[in-house]
Design a protein. Sequence first.
Length: 328
Amino acid sequence: MKKPNLFASAPVSVVSRFQSFDLLATLVAVVRTNGVVVFANAALEDALGTSRRTIEGSQLPDCFTEPHILHNALEGAGSNEFAALRYDAWLKPLNREPMPVHVVVAQTDTPGEAIVELLPLEQQAKQDREERLIDQAQANKELIRNLAHEIKNPLGGIRGAAQLLQMEIQSRELTEYTQVIIHEADRLQSLVDRLLAPHRRPHLVGDVNIHEVCERVRSLILAEFPRGLRVMRDYDISIPDFRGDREQLIQAVLNIAHNAAQALAERIAGGDAEIIFRTRIARQVTFGKQRYRLALELHVMDNGPGVPDSIKDRIFYPLISGREGGSG
């Protein structure tokens, strides 16, 4: 027997009352105190891996490994035993492993109704880590820019002094030393210019097709590693174009793919190295403290040894590399 969809029969005013919950990053359900779901937001729909139509009208406690705890909490909310109750539990998504969540059950102004908010513990930890990385990346950019300027100023003096000294020296042997100084000063100047280049170069924003970016990177990688490496595609061709800086995106993806290829040196020698480009649409994504309804997800995967555990938390810091001789 098919369960009734209570939400479908709800007045329009009730529907609009809950629509703002779709903007939240957390998982939210409005339920009757008997456990029946009246409304499920988009984040909960995505987490459970099923449609809103399926969730609404069903028993929310059945989505947990220990349903009786939520049943008891909802009964307590219905009898005004508390304003809000918090506990940790395990949510059971469809065809996925159970995920740990922090559950908050709160009363609403409507009798016989409660709001259940679920905070994925792993997602919260991931979000906190991403925010730290964003802050650290910004600090690193400022540090590199300031350091580059500090190096650049005396370089001009060193090069100029070497040129003046070269004009005064009569010995050909000694002028070779001044030429070394000038050459190395020019090399450092070039390095400093490269460090400052991302800050100087204006963003050239236009329409970007992510699969054209991947294909460009794929051709460059295969040109450098023509044997022993397969670069495979797993594309969602329905992904539309977006606005962005195509050249900078190509460079970013190329850097990641090139690092993957270098880490696959032993497998390339054995002829079984693989890199996979995978594109997907992600829904209800939080990035940089901002919630996005849709996002593009690009995975660059390989069958190499992976990032060493000792540097996983520092892999995006400057000069951190798991490869001997790598510069990060």
